[in-house]
Design a protein around this ligand. Structure first.
Ligand code: PMM
Length: 293
């Protein structure tokens, strides 16, 4: 946690690692597909995540699970916008998880205050200009290509060094496209064009992101590398996605201790507790260096 680095226009300073709760308004996301397709249920779910301690609710309408096919912009807007509107009306800080400039623009018009683009502006050439003009924080995640083919893009000599360098280059591209550098959030993109081992190497190396001087978002929630870690000893079958939340909360505490700005999670309660435990420990080690709530 670094108060200066983690200051983002329009986003409160929490004095600890923030918690971004996920609302996937999709029929096919890998762990919660189909649960929140109805807008009223999606809004109610987002509010319940806030009740459990989410600081931000991330609303997405297009699955990016490995192999996922794309949907149309119209369909994505139809799924996302009513949910963004409903949550904003309730006073929630909403981010929109989209690779499309049109969807991002409409979501910001509806009150979203962060654009979370898993492609970091690479999928849609209009995205950077739209997000820059909107004047909201923009997530530059490490991304090498669309989900349909990303499992073939996992060749690295030095995964940590290359991922940080590629995000740094993409950050420079977004700034050249008009983005205020003070609005950039970076994200290692766990599971996106990464092997399970790569995900562990990236988590182990979160300190390497300090070089970029930007807030780091970590999104490990329920991902495959946790399922493999927790595979059933008898059969070797990966732990089902919805039974990976305790491991996710453990990652949240460890990522917070490494200075993550926020963690993005499906189930908020345990992670909200975990980041508070981490902040209390940090405060006890160095009283006066940041507040604990
Ligand atoms: N992962 C997913 C979706 N959106 N956004 C960011 N910034 N970082 C991620 O790693 C990320 C993301 C895929 O997970 P989901 O389908 O469970 O939402």
């Amino acid at each position: 946690m670094n108060a200066d680095r983690d200051r983002l226009p329009g986003v409160p300073a929490w004095g600890r690692c923030g918690v971004m709760g996920i609302v996937n308004v999709t029929p096919d996301s890998f762990s919660d597909g189909g649960l929140w397709l109805d807008p009223d249920r999606a809004v109610a779910h987002g509010l319940s995540l806030v009740g459990q301690g989410a600081d931000i609710v991330d609303v997405g309408g297009e699955s990016t699970r490995p192999g996922a096919a794309r949907i149309t912009a119209e369909e994505e807007s139809r799924r996302v916008l009513p949910v963004v509107r409903g949550l904003v009306q309730e006073g929630v800080l909403v981010s929109v998880d989209t690779m499309r400039a049109d969807v991002a623009e409409a979501a910001v018009d509806a009150g979203a205050r962060i654009v979370n683009d898993v492609s970091g502006g690479r999928a849609d050439p209009a995205m950077v200009k739209v997000a820059a003009r909107a004047g909201v924080p923009f997530v530059v995640m490490h991304w090498r290509g669309q989900s349909a083919g990303m499992d073939r893009l996992t060749a690295y000599d030095d995964v940590l060094g290359e991922v940080v360098d590629e995000v740094e280059r993409q950050m420079e591209t977004t700034v050249a496209g008009g983005m205020d550098p003070a609005q950039v959030i970076v994200d290692p993109g766990l599971g996106f064009a990464k092997s399970r081992a790569d995900d562990w190497t990236l988590l182990a190396g979160l300190g390497a992101w300090r070089r970029l001087g930007r807030p780091v978002l970590v999104a490990a929630s329920r991902k495959r590398f946790l399922g493999t870690l927790l595979a059933a000893p008898s059969t070797g079958a990966p732990r089902p996605a919805r039974a990976r939340d305790a491991a996710t909360a453990a990652v949240s505490a460890l990522a917070a201790a490494e200075g993550a700005w926020a963690v993005r999670v499906h189930t908020v309660g345990a992670t909200a507790d975990a980041v508070r435990v981490e902040a209390a420990l940090r405060q006890a080690r160095a009283p006066g260096c940041g507040s604990v709530r």
